[in-house]
Design a protein around this ligand. Structure first.
Ligand code: PHE
Length: 476
């Protein structure tokens, strides 16, 4: 069968580790904890979970089912299931990972640099504690050769993993990488929670605060929706591609739930690792608790303030973040690699996986070098829409992020829910879910139909609107 030529995951656990690895990334570590704290704490978590079940689960189940049914690359699978509209979706789901990779790899490269810096500090080659996190990050952004070089290194690591294939490359790496990631996270949590003053960080994240929900409910919903969507790596082709290598024996419903729960759990745990430390030793200034600043400035200051063991925790922490970035980046690259391989196979050629992975990685390096050279707009490069002063022209990273996360991803998920809910009908998903003795009960099916027809499209339209308007905003 065609399926077997392409290879398959060695086990369901391997598939799960790889897919959770794809979902757990920088978003879990640098965005979720702060968003949860700033938007109401515990009640935000409840809203997040409700959205994850109503919308995240629905879209993830569709993607897994479409991938497994289509048995091909994201373009082939969407086309098989959805005809012309499906092909359009497939193209969107190829554009997004391509653009996201332009900056995800650069952020991965900064993480590698931080591992190196803390290592140099440990060996006594360099005195990190004498410079502030802001200064070390600043010089990282302006050192273009180093940024481009480490971006190359990050992509080269991904290359080495992916060329081994689904089972012997990606699955094997995640089987070791994900447990390692988890253990490092646990160690950092213990260190962070035992710092004096750590409770403030926990309070910030968890203490219920209904004010944001009362004053700006729509804002809270949109923050939770956008985060859920990005964090689960939806509408990226990843779940379709990984699903296309999944055996018909496995349960799609259970797998979707496990992925969603694990991703949320890691996001909460990441919050317990970063926020207590940021409050105890980093002052807990709210302007510095989100995004690249949290990782590369605030937390580095925390490690600097920890004394002799600081660099060890610095190394552990940044290795953890680098691993999280690698497991997401290889998923994004595999979407493109599977696409090229399937396409060549269909036209009767026998492509060499090594060559395809090398070519895809080189093209990604070319666009990533631009983002690395830009250094978050530190180096005077021309940037599209720069003169408008809006977020989308803030840096090359923002621009790439705008097209992918701002437009292509939510638009893709919106079209997909309409396609499945209204055009071809949700039954196709039920058929794929109910193979080999798995059953989708009538009540679960009814729940799915309501979500895919009404709730998911409305939520996605809303998230699309929220994303575009936040990129269109002029930062104050
Ligand atoms: N889900 C990843 C995160 O939370 C981000 C990501 C999105 C990775 C899309 C790959 C694709 O950071």
């Amino acid at each position: 069968m065609e399926h077997h030529h392409r290879g398959e995951w060695g086990s369901n656990l391997g598939f799960l580790l790889a897919t959770v690895g794809a979902a757990v990334g920088l978003g879990n570590i640098w965005a979720f904890p702060y968003k949860m704290g700033a938007n109401g704490g515990f009640p935000f978590l409840i809203i997040y979970l409700v959205l994850a079940i109503l919308v995240g689960f629905t879209i993830m189940l569709c993607e897994l089912a479409i991938g497994r049914r289509g048995g091909g690359s994201v373009l082939t699978s969407y086309h098989k299931v959805g005809g012309k509209l499906g092909s359009f979706l497939g193209i969107l789901a190829l554009v997004s990972p391509f653009l996201i990779l332009s900056f995800y790899t650069v952020l991965g490269a900064y993480c590698i640099q931080y591992v190196g810096l803390n290592f140099a500090e440990l060996l006594g080659v360099f005195s990190l504690s004498s410079v502030s996190g802001a200064d070390s990050f600043g010089s990282m952004l302006t050192n273009q050769p180093l940024a481009i070089g480490t971006t190359f290194l990050f992509i080269a690591i991904c290359f080495l993993i992916i060329r081994g294939g689904i089972k012997d490359g990606i699955e094997k790496f995640n089987k070791v990488g994900m447990p390692a990631l988890f253990i490092m996270l646990l160690i950092v949590i213990i260190r962070s929670l035992t710092l004096p003053g750590a409770a403030e960080g926990l309070k910030f994240m968890f203490a219920p605060n209904f004010e944001p929900i009362q004053t700006d409910f729509i804002g809270v919903l949109s923050a939770a929706g956008g985060q859920m969507f990005f964090s689960l790596s939806l509408a990226m082709g990843i779940t379709v591609t990984y699903g296309s290598y999944l055996s018909k024996k496995e349960s799609l419903v259970r797998n979707s739930l496990v992925i969603i729960i694990s991703d949320t759990l890691v996001a909460i745990m990441a919050g317990m690792a970063v926020l207590p430390a940021a409050f105890a030793l980093g002052g807990g200034e709210s302007a510095k608790l989100d995004g690249p600043k949290l990782l590369f400035i605030t937390l580095q200051d925390v490690f600097n303030a920890m004394g002799p063991f600081g660099p060890i925790f610095g190394i552990l922490f940044f290795l953890f973040v680098t691993l999280a970035a690698i497991t997401s980046a290889i998923a994004l690259i595999e979407v493109l690699v599977t696409f090229v391989i399937d396409r060549r196979t269909a036209s009767g050629k026998a492509p060499s996986r090594n060559m395809v992975v090398a070519a895809v990685c080189l093209v990604i390096f070319a666009e990533a070098a631009l983002v690395a050279a830009d250094g978050l707009a530190s180096n005077g490069l021309w940037i599209p829409f720069q003169e408008t002063g809006r977020n989308l022209g803030g840096s090359w990273l923002d621009f790439m992020d705008f097209i992918s996360e701002g437009i292509a991803m939510p638009l893709g998920a919106l079209i997909m829910s309409v396609l499945i809910g209204w055009i071809i009908g949700p039954k196709v998903i039920r058929d794929e879910v109910s193979l080999e003795g798995h059953r989708m009960s009538d009540s679960l099916y009814l729940f799915f139909v309501i979500c895919v027809r009404f709730i998911a499209p409305i939520a996605m339209a809303f998230i699309l609107y929220g994303q575009v308007s936040s990129f269109m905003a002029i930062p104050s």
